[in-house]
Write a protein that binds this ligand. Structure first.
Ligand code: PEP
Ligand code: MN
Length: 271
């Protein structure tokens, strides 16, 4: 059984990412699927910072299904997001696909993401944990909750307690959504573990219209945050264009979230 990840009391572990905490309140991680150029990441970073994001995301090494698709800017992308992070003050989270990418990520960004496809790449998880950086561990598309928790246990056993779990949709059968956002699974995770649990409705649904309501749902049911893909010009996005929110839609999402977190209860008189 996973011993270190297991919940033994009511407290959620608070993961510190630079000056941002995950595990108290509801944190929004926002930014483009992939870092594409300086203008794109700077404008995404400024926009999401202005509207209240807690962390900046962006992929530099992209795990694409097709080897013919855009693979990311690599190390140049890491430098661009690190600069955007410094300018906006938002800590950055970037995915590592391979052990050899860890040194530059550990040096340049605040948090390292292990993507869904690598959730059971235990050597990568262990090496990422040993960098000492906080980790964002995404659930594999066909992984059980116990498998996710065992994967987290590999990081915790390396002496790195700063692991955030992310439910990003599991394989379904209906092509209307890219995956199935397992909100019940995310809530069950909160019962099983003290680690913070966030959701990623962008990769779960693949549809921009569904993202804001699902972020609101995640906040309403007591999860610890959400990751969303935001692009200054979604139509030009080199990856995951259909699920990218523009900055205006992101601002609306944040407004909707504020009303979930501070609900106005309107009493209606019954006669
Ligand atoms: C991502 O967040 O950039 C990503 C590729 O997500 P996932 O690993 O969940 O598919
Ligand atoms: Mn993406």
């Amino acid at each position: 059984m996973y011993e270190l990840a297991r919940r033994t009391n009511a407290a959620t572990t608070v993961v510190q990412v630079d000056d941002v905490t995950i595990g108290e309140g509801f944190v929004v991680i926002a930014g483009p699927c992939a870092i594409e150029d300086e203008m794109q990441i700077e404008s995404a970073a400024r926009g999401v910072a202005q509207h209240g994001a807690g962390l900046l995301r962006g992929g530099a090494f992209k795990p694409r299904t097709s080897p013919y698709s855009f693979q990311g800017l690599g190390e140049r992308g890491v430098e661009l997001i690190a600069a955007a992070s410094r300018r906006t003050g938002l800590p950055a989270v970037v995915e590592a696909l391979a052990v050899e990418q860890l040194p530059i990520l550990a040096e340049q960004v605040a948090m390292i993401q292990i993507g869904a496809r690598n959730m059971q790449n235990f050597a990568l998880i262990q090496a990422a944990a040993r960098t000492g950086r906080p980790l964002l561990l995404k659930r594999g598309p066909a992984a059980t909750l116990d498998e996710l928790l065992f994967a987290a246990e590999y990081a915790l056993l390396e002496g790195n307690p700063n692991v955030v779990l992310c439910e990003r949709g599991v394989r379904g059968f209906d092509p209307h959504t890219r995956n199935l956002l397992d909100l019940a699974g995310a809530l069950r995770l909160k019962e099983l573990t003290h680690l913070p649990v966030i959701v990623d409705p962008s990769h779960a649904t693949g549809r921009r219209s569904l993202i804001a309501p699902l972020v609101a749902a995640a906040a309403a049911c007591g999860l610890d945050g959400a990751m969303v893909e935001v692009h200054p010009e979604p139509a030009r996005a080199k990856s995951d264009a259909e699920q990218a929110l523009d900055l205006e839609a992101f601002a609306e999402l944040m407004m909707r979230l504020a009303s979930v977190r501070e609900p106005k209860i309107v009493a209606t008189a019954c006669r």
